[in-house]
Design a protein around this ligand. Structure first.
Ligand SMILES: *[C@@H]1O[C@H](CO)[C@@H](O)[C@H](O)[C@H]1NC(C)=O
Ligand SMILES: *[C@@H]1O[C@H](CO)[C@@H](O)[C@H](O)[C@H]1NC(C)=O
Ligand SMILES: *[C@@H]1O[C@H](CO)[C@@H](O)[C@H](O)[C@H]1NC(C)=O
Length: 509
């Protein structure tokens, strides 16, 4: 399995400590960042378009109607659908008297996978699961708990036939807290779960602890349950958790619905106009929209070690960031920018994703929802994209400050809203692989929704070629993305069932 880039860096304890100390040293770098977040030091000369000839070509493009309609049409039935139900041959769990606890790090989507795996491990061990504890991520700094993000009653209720789940440990185990495990070595802490542990590993190593103490706290737990050689009912259960039991809290869904309605509104743009949504909208057709996940923050830019055209100042700033956070130990920095691009290892910039969408046939009337809450380089970095797609919206442009008050400054809730809107889009595309991309690819596959997966290696090579004209670029892009628009791909060994739910959780019709 290809580890998420964020996982790769987690291996180093010293670096992790540094991440925690970092805000104290440079608090300005960690202040909540909006689109035009003020930088501690001026590190870019406003980034300029890097592919000016292509950009000009894209702005003058003509879009044949036929292609446009094909672009927006939903995916045909591919012969796969969610399997009816997790086979609950094991029946109702007996009221289990032993308890499993997990502490999950990472961002929203990594925690989501951890939650699904925790339910599966509780099932394997016939234990009652205590609602997982979500750790505060050092980069995103959101302290939201499980029940502030997910609808906890829906979660417990959906799974009640299979695993018993409680919100809190019972009184006799109230000592079993995160603080308790943080302060000393404890007999009930399972610290040694290997990455992709088997079901038997849990039976051999955790079952005895449960028998002796009645409770086991597994931490670290991310990526600690294998995807291969699992009983069918465990795989189906994991999917049931991910695709059915985990829904966001009502206020996140309500805000998400409001954003989706405004994106679909046949009327103009701008939050104020949406406040007087009218009733005659039946007359006009609902509009379609593309959700674009654009993770292009400083953390990601620095970690990729690619050159993003911000000149010497930007290069120095990113190198400095790498030095402070990871002591310069970043795999990609062994390669030149050209090598990285040739291998498709650079996240697409907003400009590049705009050129990709234009080449695929999206015209300048396309509504684009930007699922992203910070862009390194601010508005200057996204101006080329906005030039190609003037009807670009985000949470801020679509909803008032009052409407956004409950999610303000909370990275996980902001990501939850983006996830929700992205699930309701006609087309989803992501500018870089990562947890959010993988989670949505999997979820949209499960519901047979269109998802464009950029061919990073091809695009890297095309963007390196400075003599390529628009029509050649367009042709190469179309050819290279024919089979990357949501066609079912079956999971290969070691791949995640959350990214590739067929065939573990999807059955042929
Ligand atoms: C869990 O319960 C099932 C059914 O009651 C039983 O077959 C299985 O052996 C139990 N597993 C463990 C680990 O106790
Ligand atoms: C799209 O482009 C056409 C022609 O280039 C222009 O006339 C039109 O105003 C543009 N639409 C938007 C929404 O900017
Ligand atoms: C760049 O693109 C041009 C036009 O398509 C092509 O002729 C040329 O071979 C390409 N160069 C490289 C290095 O791929």
């Amino acid at each position: 399995m290809v580890m998420d880039w964020r996982e790769a860096r987690r291996g180093c304890a010293a670096a992790a400590a540094m991440v925690i100390l970092f805000p104290v040293i440079f608090p300005a770098l960690f202040s909540p960042m909006g689109f035009a977040y003020p930088s501690a030091f001026s590190e870019w000369n406003a980034p300029k378009p890097r592919h000016l000839p292509l950009l000009k070509g894209a702005l003058q493009r003509e879009i044949p109607n036929l292609q446009t309609s094909d672009l927006w049409s939903p995916l045909a039935n591919q012969g796969w659908k969610p399997c009816s139900k997790p086979s609950s041959s094991s029946g109702l769990p007996m009221k289990s008297e032993v308890y499993i606890q997990v502490f999950l790090d990472g961002g929203l989507n990594q925690q989501r996978m951890g939650i699904c795996d925790a339910v599966a491990v509780a099932k394997i061990l016939n234990a009652t699961l205590i609602i997982p504890h979500l750790e505060v991520n050092p980069v995103w700094q959101d302290s939201s708990s499980f029940d502030e993000i997910f609808d906890v009653d829906h979660f417990i209720d959906t799974l009640k036939g299979e695993v018993s789940i409680v919100k809190e440990p019972p009184k006799e185990y109230s000592w079993s807290t995160r603080e308790y495990y943080a302060t000393a070595i404890r007999a009930t802490r399972i610290k040694t779960a290997p990455v992709h542990a088997s079901a038997n590993w849990y039976l051999d190593n955790v079952q005895p602890v449960l028998q002796s103490y009645g409770i086991a706290a597994i931490s670290p737990f991310s990526h600690r349950l294998a995807f291969d050689n699992m009983p069918v009912e465990i795989q189906r259960l994991r999917c049931k958790v991910n695709f059915h039991a985990l829904i966001f809290v009502p206020h996140v869904r309500a805000l998400g619905d409001a954003l989706v309605n405004r994106l679909r509104s046949p009327y103009g743009k701008g939050a104020t106009q949406y406040l007087q949504e009218t009733t005659d909208s039946k007359d006009k057709q609902a509009r379609k929209f593309v959700a674009l996940h654009l993770r292009f923050d400083k953390d990601m830019a620095a970690h990729s070690a690619c050159d993003f055209g911000g000149g010497k100042a930007e290069k120095l700033a990113l190198a400095k960031y790498r030095q402070v956070l990871w002591q310069g130990r970043v795999l990609n920095s062994q390669f030149t920018d050209e090598e990285l691009r040739n291998q498709g290892r650079c996240p697409l910039t907003p400009e590049e994703i705009g050129l990709l969408l234009a080449a695929l046939g999206f015209d300048n009337n396309t509504r684009l929802y930007l699922a992203s809450h910070k862009v390194y380089g601010g508005e200057a970095r996204i101006s080329s994209l906005r030039g190609l797609f003037p009807l670009m919206e985000d949470k801020k442009s679509l909803a008032s400050a009052d409407e956004r008050a409950k999610i303000k400054g909370k990275a996980s809730l902001l990501a939850a809203v983006d996830y929700y809107v992205s699930m309701h889009s006609d087309v989803f595309i992501s500018a870089s692989p990562g947890n959010m991309h993988n989670a949505l690819v999997g979820h949209r596959t499960y519901e047979n929704l269109k998802t464009i997966r950029p061919n990073m290696a091809l695009l890297g090579q095309l963007f390196l070629n400075k003599s390529m004209g628009w029509s050649e670029f367009e042709e190469a892009v179309l050819e290279g993305h024919k089979n990357r628009q949501g066609q079912i791909r079956l999971r290969k060994p070691k791949q995640s069932i959350y990214t590739y739910p067929a065939t573990d959780c999807m059955c042929q019709t």
